[in-house]
Ligand binder design. Sequence first.
Ligand code: 4D8
Length: 241
Amino acid sequence: ISVLEIDRVAQNVVKSHLETCQYTTEELKRLAWSLYSPEEVRALQSKSCEAMWQQCSLQISNAIQYVVEFAKRIDGFMELCQNDQIILLKAGCLEVLLIRMIRAFNPLNNTVLFEGKFGGMQMFKSLGCDDLIGAVFELGRTLCRLQLSDEELALFTAAKVQKLQDKIYVALQHEIQKKHSTEDKLSKMVSKLPLMKTICNLHLDKLEFFRLLHPETAMNFPPLYKEVFNSELQYSDPRES
Ligand code: 4D8
């Protein structure tokens, strides 16, 4: 592959990321100072499990809309058949969210942006998923240590929703080398993938279990959340398209 082509791929991916990342870096910097008060955290903690799941699935579903928009703007994605698009999104969506999370994660006090304010992992206590939340925050901390630029973030997430992974990874390596960093950043990034897989599987397990306990609540989860995390793959009828 030529350098020109790699540059084109990278530019498209970075542009798509910046257009769909929902908060600018400046906005996030300003927001980093608005923390939930202890009373507000207590209020979140005393919510019912169902109410908190509903609230989180809504936030996730909202964030997924931006990921879908990101994917759509990546060259080649819209040329895939609808089934392949859905399969890629189902497989990569949460991982993209988790990588995007680091923009909204403050490693100085271990807080994450949730509905406009920053809070620590204790605010998710009523979900009853301490292991999952613990893993998510651990990922946040370790990914933040890599100090990824928006360009690196864009390419790293694109590799999750893209079949042309090879090209994207070449572009990512190229981007990393631009900053003449000596450390092997790419392999550090790639080494976080197993933790992300673990988190995704944990989330699916928790969801399945929650659905058994509270089927009515789960039925009312946002459609996009259900569509992406439904255990059954949905194959659209080829006669319809
Ligand atoms: O830009 O959309 O505002 C996390 C959710 C991020 C989950 C969101 C969340 C994000 C995962 C809420 C609950 C990551 C941003 C805000 C909401 C991704 C946890 C924290 C987006 C980046 C930070 C900031 C709970 C946004 C992991 C797991 C969910 C269950 C239903 C068990």
